[in-house]
Design a protein. Structure first.
Lengths: 116, 111
């Protein structure tokens, strides 16, 4: 089944304790990105990747890191999480960077992070 | 704000009725997409309409796009309880692939 898989789905942790949210897609998609969803602010892009070893900042990259060493994986790293990073996070992918603006994106089921 | 506006914010209807949601945006678009989000789940793509298209259908869904008014609408006909969800319009612009989402419309379909 074609899917984007995020882990963990839920995490409660404390300020400053490094964490990684994994994202994996099995559709051989070139484009992947991370969004966070907050009440009243909607979904905002954190980082995106057009292909392996190519990543770039979205609208709200502060406090996050990403890597794209393999096509299928795009982990989101919070080196020193803070309470303002408490949010619902989504990973998304789409097929072809040449058509990246004109293709639907496939979303994971989300990761709910609570930073105390 | 880059984000579009969706209207209404919340909509409650009876099963079998039609539901219409509207989306407005401020800048030029390559395309406009509609997504559904069930409670606690990820977003599911419904329809993509390109800037040179005016109307598109998919099953019980009908999307219109008026680029002169910078607006789009999503019509769900003969709604079902399973249509209860939040619906978002999203646009891409430029070539980064970034989706810019509206605030969403929460639809409740009562059995």
């Amino acid at each position: 089944e074609a899917q984007v898989t995020q882990n963990p789905r839920y995490l409660i942790t404390v300020t400053g304790k490094k964490l990684t949210v994994t994202c994996s897609q099995n559709m051989n998609h070139e484009y992947m990105s991370w969004y966070r969803q907050d009440p009243g602010l909607g979904l905002r892009q954190i980082y995106y990747s057009m292909n392996v070893e190519v990543t770039d900042k979205g609208d709200v990259p502060e406090g996050y890191k990403v890597s794209r060493k393999e096509k299928r994986n795009f982990p989101l790293i919070l080196e020193s999480p803070s309470p303002n990073q408490t949010s619902l996070y989504f990973c998304a992918s789409s097929p072809d960077r040449a058509e990246r603006g004109n293709q639907p994106q496939h979303f994971g089921d989300g990761t709910r992070l609570s930073i105390l | 704000s880059q984000q579009g506006e969706e209207d209404p914010q919340a909509l409650s209807i009876q099963e079998g009725e039609n539901a219409t949601m509207n989306c407005s945006y401020k800048t030029s678009i390559n395309n406009l997409q509609w997504y559904r989000q069930n409670s606690g789940r990820g977003l599911v793509h419904l329809i993509l309409i390109r800037s040179n298209e005016r109307e598109k259908h998919s099953g019980r869904l009908r999307v219109t796009l008026d680029t002169s008014k910078k607006s789009s609408s999503l019509l769900i006909t003969a709604s079902r309880a399973a249509d209860t969800a939040s619906y978002f319009c999203a646009r891409t612009s430029g070539n980064t692939g970034k989706l810019i989402f509206g605030q969403g419309t929460t639809l409740q379909v009562k059995p």
